[in-house]
Design a protein around this ligand. Structure first.
Ligand SMILES: Nc1nc2c(ncn2[C@@H]2O[C@H](COP(=O)(O)OP(=O)(O)OP(=O)(O)O)[C@@H](O)[C@H]2O)c(=O)[nH]1
Ligand SMILES: [Mg+2]
Length: 243
């Protein structure tokens, strides 16, 4: 199976080398960095590291960046695609565990959860307000999607080729709510979502969304939940959930 890491990057020049250095050898066939028109030297740093790099001609956002990431990975023949943030918040060492369920044919989506181990998010210095928001949204999402996941808001995920070829992710938003939409699509299309525990590390150089973006994201997530319920009740047919 061809294993490809995609890194949606924005102003990640300082954290990219450290993140790449921690990726275990002989596990990954290719690393693709998509630079979303950063204002720093992300693209030069990625090229110096010998990674496959794509630079957007303008800034589109985190979701729009992922669209380029997945299209490129599929074009390169990926069977397993891992999204790894280049800001050093997620530990690349656990990639073998993250992709094992997909390699074994047992899953099409695996989430690296920061909440699966009790106290894990706190130990990684996740701000309390983010923990509360995460728990609140996760509780609602579990009810809406009829799942029992420990969190929906991790940026550390692995997807199978089959999954990316099935759900219409190009119809998703270009912002952060892309991450919620793709999991809603997973539920709508009947995919099982697996979780493995990961550690998180909040530190000053890591990219982190502020309060306003978080509120927009939270409201967007509730909007996706509403859309999903309308879809399930056959009241509305959003293109997000149509084959
Ligand atoms: N394409 C694109 N990528 C972004 C943008 N903002 C952030 N990113 C990248 O996407 C990754 C995730 O963004 P973060 O700001 O760290 O958000 P997060 O990890 O979801 O949330 P936190 O828990 O607050 O860190 C980072 O590694 C950034 O390099 C953006 O506007 N456009
Ligand atoms: Mg971050």
């Amino acid at each position: 199976m061809k294993v490809v890491i995609v890194m949606p990057a924005y102003n990640a020049a300082t954290t990219l080398p450290g993140t790449v250095a921690e990726i275990p050898e002989n596990v990954v066939d290719e690393i693709i960095v998509v630079d979303d028109y950063s204002r720093d030297s992300t693209i030069e740093v990625a090229e110096q590291l010998g990674l496959k790099t794509i630079r957007h001609p303008h800034n589109v956002g985190y979701g729009g960046n992922q669209k380029t990431c997945y299209m490129e990975a599929l074009r390169d023949g990926a069977d397993v695609v891992i999204m790894l943030h280049p800001d050093g918040q997620y530990d690349p060492q656990i990639i073998p565990r993250l992709i094992a369920p997909i390699q074994a044919g047992q899953a099409d989506i695996v989430l690296g959860s920061r909440f699966l181990r009790p106290g894990g998010a706190r130990a990684g210095n996740m701000p309390v307000w983010k923990m509360i928001g995460n728990r609140f949204l996760t509780t609602i999402e579990n009810m809406v999607f009829k799942q029992s996941l420990s969190e929906y808001h991790t940026g550390y995920r692995a997807y199978s080729r089959h999954f990316l070829e099935t759900v219409p992710f190009l119809r998703n938003a270009n912002g952060f709510v892309f991450d919620t939409q793709i999991l809603a699509q997973a539920s709508a299309f009947g995919f099982d979502i697996h979780e493995v525990p990961v550690e998180t590390r909040y530190f000053s150089d890591a990219s982190s969304v502020g309060l306003l973006t978080s509120i927009t994201y939270g409201l967007g997530t509730l909007g996706v939940c509403g859309l999903y319920l309308l879809h399930k009740a056959r009241i509305h047919r959003p293109s997000l959930f149509m084959p």
